[in-house]
Design a protein around this ligand. Sequence first.
Ligand SMILES: Nc1ncnc2c1ncn2[C@@H]1O[C@H](COP(=O)(O)OP(=O)(O)O)[C@@H](O)[C@H]1O
Ligand SMILES: [Mg+2]
Length: 330
Amino acid sequence: MNYWQRRFKREILLSPGKHCLLQGHTGAGKTNLLMWVVDGFFKLREELPSNEWETLVWFDRGKSSEILQLCKLGPVRVLIPEGCDLEINTFGPEDLDIEKEYFSNPSQIWHLLDRDRINVICLQRFLIDPQAFPPVVSKLFKSLILDSFNYKIHPENCPPSLLLPRITLIIDEINNIAPSKGQGSGSREESSAGAWIQQNVEQLRSQKIRLVGSTHGWRKLRPGVRSSFPSHIALPGAYYPSSEKPKLARFNRLFETLETGQCCLIFEKDVFSDPFKVPYLGRGEDLGFILYHGQMKKKKQPQQKKPSYETLLQALAQLAQQPQAEPFKN
Ligand SMILES: Nc1ncnc2c1ncn2[C@@H]1O[C@H](COP(=O)(O)OP(=O)(O)O)[C@@H](O)[C@H]1O
Ligand SMILES: [Mg+2]
């Protein structure tokens, strides 16, 4: 481990609630780097007392059978909406440690976590309808924020006396959850998920809940969210606008020329490391494939009845019968 990696361990991995944002173009190695971070957290357990272990939560996007790759790093618990299911198929005689839990409401997810497993939230693939995804994520983050502020989140295997268990949410393509204006589907609920995160990101940090997210473009992510990450990782193609990150913007050319899997670790005050290559951890697709069965449906809003012409007339008649107020006299 070189100086920068030791610093990454000390200032980021060992610092509860420290948010971190990865940036790089498609194919730069973002998903692999997130896996490397998961691996790093698991390895750290050997040297930490158990009350300092992070509970890891991975947001599954239903791509490239990532869950199978995660199984190589540690035991997995998948969280699936009721009425939907996952079918896991492997190419070899792999003995995978995958446990399934089902939830009827996204707000239950935070009460189904296990500190000793990689908790994989499977939502996106069950919410293909663009109208259905935003309200569910919005609900999910709202309940995370409210429950954590009320000290109600206690993952399994955490000592009950531990008031603030450390939690890391790993969100690949976090711009899908908190897109900037014009990048998402534009629904009200969608901006609300991003707004909940933006408004509470600092408070989440003090509740020891952190976001480790990735995006393939700085401007794809909601401005108030992208500005709240104190640490970053630049992968090939990372681009920082000079209006928001003047110091890093001077090195956009360097970030552009990084090789696949190479990155610069960026600490507070935008001090950054020499480029180095993270180990390649392989692809889930080479281990097998996952089938997702079922779809979560958008809940129908009860239709509000329009008042009829007669009801309006009745209301006006009632108003007319009410005694008039006395004119004001000196
Ligand atoms: N550290 C690495 N070393 C070598 N090759 C890598 C590394 N990281 C990624 N790759 C290669 O790049 C491909 C894309 O990686 P991925 O993590 O999926 O990128 P992204 O998520 O940015 O699109 C991988 O399938 C692999 O072939
Ligand atoms: Mg990726």
